[in-house]
Design a protein around this ligand. Structure first.
Ligand code: DX5
Ligand code: ZN
Length: 221
């Protein structure tokens, strides 16, 4: 399985965004993870379509947009227009999940469904055919730099089984507390795509850290 590292710019120094994105590219990042927060679904506010548009101008890497917002459908058109390649929506605030996912696909983007730590995988079991990505949160969303919830490993194993049983080729992404210590067991549990914010941006050498994380999935470190 291919390992994908998706650094989250939530932890970047936004006053130097162009340098930070260039650094991530040089380090071999696969995707750029953009955390959109609305102060309602989560207790924090971050980026809107203007920032996505700016990031789009700075890189050709796929933009993996994580919508931590209520009524995410209100943003689909704007974000797709701004250059998002994938949009992931939380099952907890998406009562018409199947329709919402299909709208994301219609806009030419990868459709992702997200489950919070307290949300069972049954929240997505009826829409496996409609997702291109399943994001299992390994912290409660809202802030970078939180501690990985260990109980998530079993959920990731079950998520991998569920995708396999349905013949799904969807990516299995994890987000929250991914670092040198946690990534290997998460990879072994079946995840293939890893969001990392704090681990990369607070590292002594952030550029090299991307490779360090990847290495822990592919070799016995
Ligand atoms: C959390 C965000 C994450 C966050 C991850 O609400 O969805 O993407 O940036 O940050 P770290 O890797 O620092 O836990
Ligand atoms: Zn995220």
């Amino acid at each position: 399985m291919t390992v994908r590292i998706a650094p989250s710019i939530l932890s970047a120094d936004l006053s130097r965004l162009a340098d930070e994105i260039a650094m991530l590219e040089e380090g071999g990042a696969d995707w750029i993870h953009v955390d959109v927060m609305d102060g309602r679904f989560v207790p924090n506010l971050t980026f809107g379509s203007k920032v996505i548009e700016s990031v789009r101008k700075l890189t050709k890497l796929p933009l993996d947009v994580h919508l931590m917002v209520v009524q995410p459908e209100n943003y689909f058109d704007d974000f797709a227009g701004a250059g998002a390649n994938g949009m992931s929506i939380h099952t907890e605030v998406s009562p018409h999940l199947q329709r919402q996912l299909n709208r994301i696909r219609e806009l030419g983007c990868r459709a992702g469904a997200v489950v919070n730590p307290g949300t069972p995988l049954t929240a997505v079991s009826e829409v496996v055919d409609d997702i291109d990505l399943l994001l299992v949160m390994t912290v409660n969303p809202g802030f970078g730099g939180q501690q990985f919830i260990k109980g998530s490993l079993d959920k990731i194993r079950r998520a991998r089984e569920m995708l396999g049983a349905n013949g799904s080729k969807a990516f299995l992404e994890v987000d929250g507390g991914i670092d040198r210590k946690t990534i290997k067991s998460v990879w072994e549990s079946g995840a293939d795509t890893f969001v990392a914010g704090n681990a990369i941006f607070s590292a002594k050498d952030p550029r090299a850290e991307i490779g360090e994380l990847r290495k822990r999935c592919t070799t016995q470190v």
